[in-house]
Design a protein around this ligand. Sequence first.
Ligand code: AMP
Ligand code: MG
Length: 419
Amino acid sequence: MTDRVGAAVVSVGNELLNGETVDTNSAWIGRRLTGMGIEIRRRFTVADDAGEIRTAVREGIESADLVIVSGGLGPTRDDLTRPAVAEMFGRTLRVNDALLEALRARFRARGLDELPPSNITQAEIPEGAVVFENAYGTAPGLAVETDAAVVVLLPGVPREMRGIFDDHVRLYLRERFTDRLTAIEHRVIHTTGVPESRLGELLEGALPPADDAVRVAFLPDLRGVDLRLTATAPDAELARRLLDEAEASIAPVVVPWRFIAESGDIVEAVTDALLGRGWRMAVAESCTGGLIGKRMTDRAGASEIFRGGVIAYDNFVKMNVLGVSPDALEAHGAVSEEVAAQMATGACRRFETELGIGVTGVAGPGGGSRTKPVGTVWIASAHEGGVVTELHRFVGDRRAVRERAAQAALALALGALQG
Ligand code: AMP
Ligand code: MG
């Protein structure tokens, strides 16, 4: 396999450095190039300063075959990218007649006969540069080709930058680097309920070697850990086959925690499982305060599988709406296995559903005790086959505990549905 094409991305603008504007161009360009099989090696953000722009481009060329610069192509005096790059490659700036005429036409269409002098500079291009028409604004995109690298200049306005890239630059790069571009395919394996470090240990032997054609990234958040597999191969077919192989060796290890969902949300898996069984679900939520119901109903068409729920925050509600026994509350406390189980069965009974979920816990920051510290959460799932309960000790602040508890309850429900 040939060397990957490498790219550096340079964003130009004082507003990007001082935080007034968030640099979305670099991320967008990164995704586009990655999708084409081009590897992003460096990223620079520099001021509207000719010296800084040149330094970034020069350093970019050191590690990359391609440098994409966005910003600083406007008509005002702080737009320095074009002269800075022209100078560093010893190319003079010359007015391009076709561009000048196109600019004139653009202004005439707006009822302006005279082209403002500042706009004439936008028709100036470095000698020998490739011009990419801008159908969205006045500054065209440019490519300066040197022995060491290709330097592409694009306007900073995201709409223009994206438009020019998709209309012209993509094709240009395809042709220019054709024999070195590779296919890249991704696949994501979703897990929940297992810490990243543990998953890493368990997968030690199952993962492809670090330098192989398949790379694995662990992406954790409050709801779980995604394993993102990236395969690089001469063509897409082969890349997909590499992913199949990698997935086949990972799959047996992650069985207890894996869920399948296009959206990445376990709610999708729970919904599919409920639909598959023709079941409906109800929830009894204490510490999650309706979070599970909210997530279940975020999906359109939820009424087919979700009947409703009770926010049983106070014991009054646990007893009077869900039928939790005062004895259980008295003997074990609100955060207990018995109460979680009775909440789940109570939800089934009240809502006449096949599946019920109960959650009760200490979300914090207050309310913890020695035996039930903040983060202690009991969850239960009930159906005709019985009640399953789980004790969790979640870490994090109130928001994290609630988010983790809702996710764990959904995972428990999924397990019950699949079991
Ligand atoms: P310029 O081409 O430097 O005149 O940029 C024009 C406008 O595009 C700026 O005022 C910003 O609002 C926006 N812009 C420039 N660079 C970026 C970037 N990297 N990400 C997002 N917006 C940008
Ligand atoms: Mg600017």
